[in-house]
Design a protein around this ligand. Sequence first.
Ligand code: FES
Ligand SMILES: [Fe+2]
Length: 387
Amino acid sequence: MLINLWYVAEWSDTVKDKPVKVKLLGQNFVLFRDQQGKVSCLSDVCLHRGGSLSSGRTIRDCVACPYHGWQFNGDGKVEFIPSEGRDFKIPDRARVDAYPTEERYGMIWVFLGDAPEDERIPIPEFPEYSDTANWRALHDKWDWKAEAARVVENGIDIAHASFVHPMFGEAETAQENHIKNVELHDFWGRSWNEQYPPELTGGFLNWRKLIRRDRQPTETIPTWYMAGMVVRIQINLNPRMSLIMFDANTPIDEHNTRTFAVQLRSFVKHPLFDAGSRKRLHKIFSEDQVILEQSSPNYLPETLANELSVKDDRFMSSFRRARRSLIEENGWLIDSAVVKAHDGRKSFAIPSPFRRERADLRWVMDPVPLVPPLTSAVKIVDQAELS
Ligand code: FES
Ligand SMILES: [Fe+2]
């Protein structure tokens, strides 16, 4: 799991007037709104005696700990300690880590790390989301017992569709599917693919058959974004009908991922068709789930050396390579083995931007341990990736 990335913590409409607890990167956080409606995200561990802030309540622009009532503002600073009275001078170091937040596409995004604003990989653009005249949106959630990076790789892998998703392909035509183009940018990548899926079926009097003939060439455009571990897949069924899946794959912990999924469709936009769309989306997720939850190892291997890659995997590998650069060069990987060794005995905090600015404050909680970056002398030469 990587720090210093934006992740989706919750749907916007879940966070109203009460604090909400979320688990991300193996740590607990509290989300709450101030009186202006601005959402804040703090470490959930009270620095007094470890109370869970999310079990407290919001008071004006603060969240109050349920244990002794200390009040924390949206910057994580303690504003009031009831037992000490209003005149008490609260020390500067009485604060928990607070994280930048943004609300986009109906989702609450939180930046979990200490990188300054100009060094952050931006939240992916999703312009179609607000184009409600042309697209109908559906929101959904899916939980996986698998690491987020594995879920991302599955999402951008076109080749598996012929075997795992009968709706999108069949084994006999696997060889005809091909990557037409790959475009790589800083921490996101897109590929264009042609596929020959079977005829669509279902709906009243089997009307979905009209959308796509058998083996009609279909353009599939997967995109990965490191920010939010997002997978976007656009499927152009024909020149007038498209689907877009925008899935933010949030690492809950090392073994669990929660997908915040938005699906857009450019056709049959009446809400009456939502139930059918949702059913098909669940079918796809459950087909992937069977494969992913049984794959080994549960985590993305450290290198590509212990898996064999072929030409068709080159787009998938671009994500793995970019992720590895953040691990090996930036040192952003949480050292889960060390965290686990302290399980139940010590809490850590994901370092926030203000912690980096004010290292002099002697922060109460220790930062989460990270795997140090590799020096070039010990970098793993990965033949499988170089080929
Ligand atoms: S533990 Fe939170 S106020 Fe005491
Ligand atoms: Fe899939």
